[in-house]
Design a protein around this ligand. Sequence first.
Ligand code: XMP
Length: 322
Amino acid sequence: MIKIEEIKTAQLNPKEFIEEKTREISSIVGSGLAINALSGGVDSSCVTMLGHKALGNRLKTYFIDNGIMRQDEPQKIVSLFKKLGVHVEIVDAQVQFFNALKGITDPEEKREAITQTFYKHVFGRLIQETGAKYLLQGTILTDVDETVAGIKRQHNVFEQLGIDPKVAFGYKIIEPLVQLRKDGVRKVAVALGLPESVYNRMPFPGPALSARVIGEVTPQNLKIVRLATAITEEELASTPAFQYMAILHQDRVTGIRDGKRDFGLQIEIRCWDSIDARTAKPTRLPYEILDKLANRIVTEVPGVVSVTYNITPKPPSTMEAV
Ligand code: XMP
C-alpha cells in the first residue's frame, strides 16, 4: 500500500503548495490532455483551478449531471466558473445513473454502482472522446483513511485499495490534494483566488443525494430528498455548522393529515460541528430553528409526516446516513 505523507494544515504554505502541484501536474501530463469532473465542492474546485493553471485549455472540465445533485446545482456551478474564466461542459448522465441505482438498497452496493458509472462509463467515454490520458481528481486524505479503515468506501479511492485505475478504467488518475485534510484544502482555495462561496462551501459527498436516501434511489425519492435538502440548507444557512443535511428514510410512520390517518414519510435532519470530518458532534441548534424547519418540511414536502433531529456524535455515527 502507498504511504501518503500528510501535510498538516498548520504547516501548509498554500502558495508553495500551488506552485509545486502546478509543476507536478504539468510534468506528468506533458503535452497531452487531461479531464476533470467539477462538482462545485471545494476539493474539485481547487483541482480545477490547479489543473487550469498547469495545463490551460489542455484540461477539459465537465460537470456530470447525474440526476442526484441538489436543486439547480449544474447551472449554478457552470455560471460561477464562467466568471472565473473556466469553461465547464455539462454532461447529461441522469438516465445512466438512475439505471445503475435501480433496485439497489445496500449502502456499499450503491456506492459501487455510482463509482462504476462515473469511472467506467462516463469518464471512460470522455477519455475516449477527448484522447486524454489522465483524470485529475480531488481525493483528500480523509477519503483515503475512511476507505482503507473500511468505514465507508469513498467513491474516489482506488490505488490505496490495490485497484490500478489504468487497468480497471483505462486511464491514470492524478490526485494533487491527497496529502491534505479539508481545512488545508480551504486554505489552498483561498490562495487560488476562489470566492468565499467556494472556499467555505459546505462539504457534499461524491455519491451526492443518493447518500441521503435510505433504501432504493428512484427519481421520485430523489425529488423528495432534494426538496427537503433545499429547505434545510435555507433554514440552517445562518448557523456556523460544518455540514447539515436531510435524509429520507425508507420506513413509513403513521401521521395525521386533514384529520385522517396518513402512513407517511420520515425525514431526518443532521447538523454537524466538526473541523475535519474525522469526528463530529451534533450542533446544539436553537429549538426555534428546528421547529421552523420541521414545520416547513411537513408543509412543503409532499408525503412527509415526521421530521427528526439526530443527536448522536461521530463516532459511532458517521456524518452521512448511507
Ligand atoms: P462520513 O459519512 O464518512 O462523512 O462521516 C465524512 C465526510 O465525507 C463526506 N462523504 C463523502 N464524500 N464520497 C465523498 O466524496 C463519499 O462517498 C462520501 N461519504 C461521505 C461527508 O459528506 C462528510 O463531509
